[in-house]
Design a protein around this ligand. Structure first.
Ligand code: ZN
Length: 338
């Protein structure tokens, strides 16, 4: 099966040609235009997607490698995400599917992230997926490859969003994840004791907005110099890692029993690039007989390769749906037919 997929749910424009388990071509463009606003401007994102998608696609169709007439399926992210951006990607891909008279397969962006580690790992079930992106902080439970059950999520901001907002409060550039990680290397992680909302409660969900508010107060009462920025960045990373570990621990307790022990955990989404968080999770899982999986680098942040892979993973003719309307709050299992 040869699939052409697009991803336009936020500010990354991406296309991918995937044949079975081989990525033939993958392009990801992170829109620069949002940098000066310190966050994504939805209207600008939609316009940029339209222009970039056309250029990327006509470039590969001109080269005709592989022969694009052999494409079997056209897939696009149809939610969740920014509605304007989703409409651009979905409508563009639907037009191609219609033009080539091939099936159009709507894909859930979260399903793309959740299934991304099955591209390069043979998953051991029961399995947990920790999804950490700019739009979502969630934990999924999978007792086999077809069932994806949401068991925990952030009740307010997503972790990636808190990284960006913290960076903005400290006067660092957007996107904030890499800036915070670099600054933290020179900071004292015990300098500030940041709040850990919901950690002591008997609750699997996350809450991060209190940390941001606390850091905002600290920036008002301190000189924002290099030492302060580095110490906040380090304390922030330590705090959020502890929150993630405490929630994983609770999920392991809740979803494991004698006959049904969790055997593996996937850490997916852009925040999974953070080396400090990865190290802390690996230290926590050490000696617990739980495997930890990450996606290949190309499938970490938002990308069309994971959309192509999700399409190939679950394709059956019932998923062919040219009339599916993009949905900004699409739920994880709404498109799964299996
Ligand atoms: Zn994403």
């Amino acid at each position: 099966m040869l699939v052409f997929a697009t991803e336009t749910s936020c500010d990354e424009t991406s296309i991918c040609l995937m044949k079975d388990k081989e990525i033939l071509l993958h392009k990801v463009y992170s829109q620069e235009i949002h940098k000066k606003f310190g966050g994504v401007v939805p209207e600008l994102a939609s316009r940029a997607h339209l222009e970039i998608l056309q250029n990327m696609t006509s470039e590969i169709f001109k080269k005709n490698e592989p022969n694009y007439k052999n494409i079997d399926l056209f897939a696009a992210t149809c939610g969740p995400g920014l509605i304007g951006s989703l409409l651009v990607g979905a409508t563009f891909t639907k037009a191609l599917a219609l033009g080539f008279n091939r099936p159009f397969v709507p894909i859930n962006h979260l399903e793309g992230h959740v299934l991304s580690t099955s591209f390069n790992n043979s998953i051991k079930y029961p399995h947990l997926v920790l999804l950490l992106t700019g739009g979502h902080t969630q934990i999924y439970f999978m007792d086999n490859s077809n069932k994806i059950k949401l068991i925990a999520e952030s009740v307010d901001d997503a972790l990636g969003e808190v990284f960006d907002k913290t960076a903005k409060l400290l006067g660092l550039e957007y996107p904030g994840g890499i800036e915070i990680e670099n600054r933290a290397k020179n900071g004292n992680e015990n300098a500030f004791n940041l709040p850990k909302p919901l950690v002591k409660k008997d609750n699997l969900n996350f809450s991060f907005s209190g940390i941001k508010t606390h850091i905002n107060l600290l920036t008002k009462n301190n000189d924002i110099n290099d030492n302060f920025i580095n110490d906040i960045a380090a304390s922030f990373q330590k705090c959020v890692s502890e929150i993630l570990i405490s929630k994983i621990e609770s999920c392991l307790k809740t979803y494991s029993n004698k006959n049904n022990k969790i055997k593996s955990i996937s850490v997916v989404g852009g925040v999974a690039n953070n080396k400090y968080i990865k190290k802390k999770l690996e230290d926590f899982l050490y000696n617990k007989e739980i495997e930890i999986y990450y996606p290949i680098k190309e499938m970490m942040s938002d990308n069309a390769a994971m959309i192509a892979w999700a399409c190939l993973n679950n394709y059956n003719s019932k998923r062919n749906n040219l009339f599916f309307k993009p949905e900004p709050r699409l739920k994880i299992n709404e498109l799964l037919v299996n």
